[in-house]
Design a protein around this ligand. Structure first.
Ligand code: FAD
Length: 370
């Protein structure tokens, strides 16, 4: 959309037969909201989501290793919890309004050359040739290894299960999490329309066992950790209400080769522990359109974007085991490090700048500044 608005002729190739969102809810940070504003879509997404003023995470002993108010970063700032379908609708309506050629049922499987490539999809159709190919096929990207053969994207040992429910005013205004050491992490994110996303962290290797296990035993376990979510959990009749999510730690080296550039999770996917992935992807898109006229502009685009995406990947890698792991070390480090961080002046501002997605966003074009 951003490229089309700058006069480029754009073809969008999507694997799904019908355009549709996947997953449950996500948190748009001030950085992602700035990207939506740059696309002229901020008001539309605000109307569909729920304002999140703070992040709160408490363990069973009452410690609060996660406590951040968006206003610590800037008075009046907030995040926005949204249903993925809402973000998808707002973006897709805008894509349709600019008249992009959207081709669905086009799961791209390969291409013939790195410059002026023609792409092939799984049904044998050919698309192109194109001057520029923006590879935005997510963390499990099938094109990434063809563009950058040495790229790696191992799956994190822990993932999560997610489901949406309705909830009362007690869950408005904040992303709330509960921890029991690092083996239990549960969360409730308001996503607009009186709904919340509920998530529960699980080792990837236990997901199938969880799905086949006794649901009432699991429900009792949740309520033992967090009795206040009773009305939310009561709405789930079984594991089939949940989507399972795994995360990948994507390392690509250079994101570009010839006419190809990787963006979003395909380039720098990580665990959602810091709630940044969709925000970074939106900024990638806005910046790409602003900085890239020809494939020769791609290396500079990557240099500038990496200044922001690299530290977030590093933080996510380092912090994820403190919130999702087995054993006593992770939670001990988390509590020792984060409990004072949330309360000390200056340190709390640094933490807030990081969580709002604004860390190292300063070099972006002015229309991304909040
Ligand atoms: C449990 C969980 C919670 C999260 N919470 C947050 C959060 O709170 N905040 C946040 O900012 N981020 C969050 N994220 C991360 C966020 O979802 C991702 O960073 C974001 O969706 C990445 O967007 P993307 O467009 O790069 O890839 P995707 O959203 O994965 O989209 C990829 C698209 O490419 C299509 N596709 C795939 N393969 C092909 C192919 N071969 N040919 C054609 N099309 C193809 C897919 O159908 C899909 O439409 C979370 C992720 C998870 C798993």
């Amino acid at each position: 959309m951003a490229l089309a608005r700058r006069g480029h002729s754009v073809v969008l190739l999507e694997a799904f037969e019908t355009p549709r969102p996947r997953g449950s809810g996500l948190l748009l940070q001030p950085s992602g909201l700035a990207a939506m504003r740059a696309l002229g879509l901020k008001e539309a997404i605000l109307a569909r989501g729920a304002r999140v003023e703070r992040l709160e995470g408490r363990d069973l002993a009452g410690r609060e290793p996660m406590r951040m108010a968006y206003s610590t970063w800037r008075p009046g700032a907030f995040g926005l919890g949204v249903h993925r379908a809402s973000l998808f609708d707002v973006l897709f309506q805008a894509v349709q309004a600019v008249g992009i050629d959207v081709r669905t049922g086009a799961a791209i499987t390969g291409f013939d050359a790195l410059t002026s490539p023609t792409l092939a999809d799984a049904t044998g159709r050919r698309h192109g040739p194109f001057d520029l190919v923006v590879v935005a096929d997510g963390s499990a990207s099938s094109l990434r290894a063809k563009v950058r053969p040495r790229a790696r994207a191992p799956i994190y040992p822990w993932g999560a299960v997610w489901a949406n429910a309705t909830a009362g005013p007690a869950f408005e205004g904040a992303l709330r999490q509960r921890y029991d050491r690092s083996e239990v992490m549960a969360g409730v994110l308001p996503i607009g329309g009186g709904e919340v996303s509920f998530f529960w962290s699980l080792p990837v290797r236990s997901m199938e066992t969880w799905a086949a296990g006794d649901f009432t035993v699991w429900r009792d376990r949740v309520l033992g950790v967090w009795p206040q979510v009773e009305q939310i959990v009561a709405q789930f009749t079984g594991p089939e209400a949940f989507s399972q999510a795994v995360y990948r730690d994507v390392s690509v080296g250079r994101w570009c080769a010839g006419a190809f550039v990787l963006i979003g999770d395909a380039a720098h996917g990580t665990s959602p522990q810091l709630g940044q992935g969709a925000n970074l992807g939106l900024i990638d898109a806005v910046e790409l359109a602003a900085r890239v006229e020809h494939p020769e502009d791609l290396p500079r685009y990557q240099r500038v974007r990496r200044l922001q995406t690299a530290p977030y990947q590093l933080f996510s890698r380092a912090l994820t085991p403190l919130f999702q792991s087995a054993g006593p070390l992770g939670p001990w480090v988390r509590n020792a490090l984060f409990t004072p961080l949330a309360q000390a002046p200056l340190l709390d501002r640094i933490a807030a700048t990081t969580l709002t997605g604004m860390f190292r966003l300063g070099l972006t074009p002015p229309d991304l500044r909040p």
